[in-house]
Each structure stands twice: as C-alpha cells, then as structure tokens.
Design a protein around this ligand. Structure first.
Ligand SMILES: [Zn+2]
Length: 221
C-alpha cells in the first residue's frame, strides 16, 4: 500500500494535474476542455470580477459595455462586445461575460474541430440571429423574461466554411450525413459549456437555430 501511495505521489508530482480538470482552479480560456471546464464556467455566472479577469487574461478580445437598465426586466449587466475571436461572426456579439467565455471555448474547442472532422473544411464564420432583445419567453406579454432580455443568450443559425459552403440549422439538421453529425456533435458539446442549449429537437420554434444561454435553468435538447 505504502509503495502504491509513494508511486502515485511521484507520478502526480512529475505530471501535475492540468488546471482544466480541477474545479477549484480559475478558468483559463487558453486551455483545452477538461473535466472541470463546465464547473469553472459556472463559477463565472455570479462573479463579474472573476469573469472579467478571465477574459482579460485570454486571447479573446472584448470591450466592456456600460451597465444599464433598459426596461422593467431588461438590461445590460456585466456585458461585453466581442471584438476579435478565433472566427468572425455575422453580426455584433454583445453578450454577458459568461456567455462570451463559453462561446469562445465552444467555437474553438467544439465547432472548429467538428467542422474539420465531419465536413472536411475549416470553420470560417458563425452566423447568429441575435443576442440582446427585451422580451419574454415566447415573445408574449406574460411569462418569464427571456435570457435574451439581459444579453445572457445567443441564437446561432449556421456556419460558413473555408471552402465556401454554408451549413444552416434549418437545412442541415436533416441534411447530409456530415451535416447531421456535425450539428449534433456541436449541440452536445455546447451542453457541457452553456446552461441551456435548445435546438430543433426541443421544439419547432428552434428548428432554425441553437439557443445558447447562461441562465439559471439547465436544459439540453
Ligand atoms: Zn434564443
């Protein structure tokens, strides 16, 4: 037993456990995904200073957006505008700090490798339908505020590849085998990073986009 303990200690001492596997370590956006990445991302949700520090230490270029209330249940708090990421987006990305961090890891560690593997061409651009929008879930006059009301969500509609191809949720979800595998793999990969991931499997309202958010309700469909 003692020999085993000494042997294990020696191995761990020589090969320290990477920080992405340790829940108490601060998220490092330059690292690959690990066992504790989802936990480290979740820790950013209630800690604006921690989140800002994580972005500042990363290669993701963002600009803070001044916090302001824009309606009874709407506003921008702890939000940033993405200025430069690993790939361009179709439009401005103004989201909460935790969404920006999760999105950056998703595009680099999940979407880009999946595009290479399933579609045989590098990821060139991400098309989105919007982030901030002062509305309730479903768009009606009553009900819970949408995570979009606080820019805590983004709707992803499709992807451009370096060879010029375009993969959309609307056509690709039931498209070629490569498109189907790509879109399902990146949906599943998003579930380990975001709190809520809703796509075509959820309901008809999501047949043309993935809704990704960092709100309080965990769901993956
Ligand atoms: Zn949405």
């Amino acid at each position: 037993m003692l020999v085993l303990v000494v042997a294990l200690t020696t191995v761990i001492g020589r090969h320290p456990i990477p920080p992405e596997h340790l829940p108490y370590e601060r998220l490092d956006l330059s690292r690959p995904l690990g066992l504790a990445t989802g936990f480290q991302l979740a820790a950013l949700r209630d800690d604006p200073l921690l989140c800002r520090g994580v972005l500042e230490l990363s290669a993701l270029q963002t600009r803070p957006i001044e916090s302001r209330r824009t309606g009874p249940f709407c506003g921008l708090l702890n939000a940033v505008e993405v200025q430069r990421s690993t790939v361009p987006y179709s439009g401005a990305v103004r989201v909460t700090c935790p969404v920006a961090a999760a999105l950056y890891l998703w595009e680099r560690e999940v979407v880009a490798p999946a595009a290479d593997r399933h579609l045989g061409s590098p990821l060139a651009r991400i098309d989105h339908l919007g982030t901030y929008s002062c509305r309730r879930i479903g768009g009606g006059p009553t009900g819970r505020p949408s995570q979009h009301a606080t820019a805590n969500a983004i709707d992803i509609a499709g992807f451009r590849l370096a060879d010029g191809r375009r993969v959309t949720l609307l056509d690709g979800w039931d498209g070629s085998p490569g498109e189907r595998a790509f879109l399902r793999e990146i949906r599943d990969g998003a579930c380990g990073l975001f709190r809520a991931v809703l796509g075509p499997d959820y309901n008809a309202a999501h047949r043309d986009h993935f809704h990704l958010d960092m709100g309080p309700h965990g769901v993956c469909r």
